[in-house]
Design a protein around this ligand. Sequence first.
Ligand code: GLN
Length: 451
Amino acid sequence: TEAHVKAVEASTPLNAYVAVTADQAITMADAADAKIKAGNINGMTGIPVGIKDLFATKGVHTQACSHILDGFKPEYESTVTQKLWDDGAIMLGKLNMDEFAMGSSNETSYYGPVKNPWRRGTTDTVPGGSSGGSVAAVAGFAAMGATASDTGGSIRQPASFTGTFGIKPTYGRCSRYGMVAFASSLDQAGVITRDVRDGAIMLASISGFDPKDSTSVDLAVPNFEAAITGDIRGMKIGIPAEYRQDGMPSEIEALWQKGIGWLKDAGAEIVDISLPHTKYALATYYIVAPAEASSNLARYDGVRYGLRVTPENGSLDAMYDATRAAGFGDEVKRRIMIGTYVLSAGYYDAYYLKAQKVRQLISNDFKSAFEKVDAILTPTAPSAAFAPGEKTDDPLSMYLNDVFTVPASLAGLPGSSVPAGLDANGLPLGLQILGKPWDEETVFKVSGVIE
Ligand code: GLN
């Protein structure tokens, strides 16, 4: 823990941490030490981890990297973090992220952008988003693992950009209690680690039913680590034709072929599958997610917590306006406006209702595909890490980075990103493995073979 506290200090240029809890870490390490001496030990005992800023940590900075939650320190602990502490893990601090988890490059944080420890020659690159702080800390050896959240790809895409392993479990596997909400029907907690086995251990720690979250599901948590046997003989792996888009960079296509080769060599059967509604997934996601966000973010009104801006002699409405104008960043405002628009009378049927129907079709596509295969293999992202500023003026090109990750989010499926190689500039690239609902074990098994 002491070495990690030093590594956290040394990681300042990455801007991965927005709050450091060094004293608390040492106290927790002493407690873990006592646990270990008493023979009370499991895979997370004494392991120093970082926590994405959207998990409520009692008495500690929790702002989802937004200005509107200025000074907010929760009175309670999220279930995910509480489970880690119960297992003896150690908190190093809170990790930078895109504001309210909205972004794909960690450039929308109120606390400034995060740097990817991987560079393109001498050029900086973004770590991906929204879990940019989580991946930068883990890739930069400033945490052994990190919590993260994935609404449309925020665990998998940044894992791909930084050569780390990331897994988002089935929707409902982890409790959302104490997670700052972005889009509640999509948000899922997960983990970032340096390898697949660490990911299995850490995910097991944070998983499980929680009566405090009505969407968490009461199912036993399997031993994910035991699933990493390396044996995938006879397993059927689906390759969806629709993910092979026009204009897919040749190195992404080549990486995908390499991954297919590895799985074949390990004895898996490769099966061509079709997910016909894939082309509507991105549009559907960017209707559903902002709609839910506009509703979730209505609670930030300057009254209950965080920032309050009071114009002189102003009305209550003027206080709301001033607080929200100053407290939300541009991307968050954009999402609120899209969200309220697609939910408004007259447009609801054309956009929101339509999107919900298409979401069901996307989900059905996966259901039929999984009647034929055990897992699906695709690239995680259409590119390697890009340069800071490259997409900030063009939200659409930023959104396009989520093209391979959002379909599984809409269907609530478990998915991982495994480091699988480097591009021509020496930047990491990941492959995505998707599984059936509640079958994280297969995702881990296949991930272990790719790694
Ligand atoms: N990049 C996507 C977005 O901006 C996904 C974010 C996430 O998964 N939290 O909405």
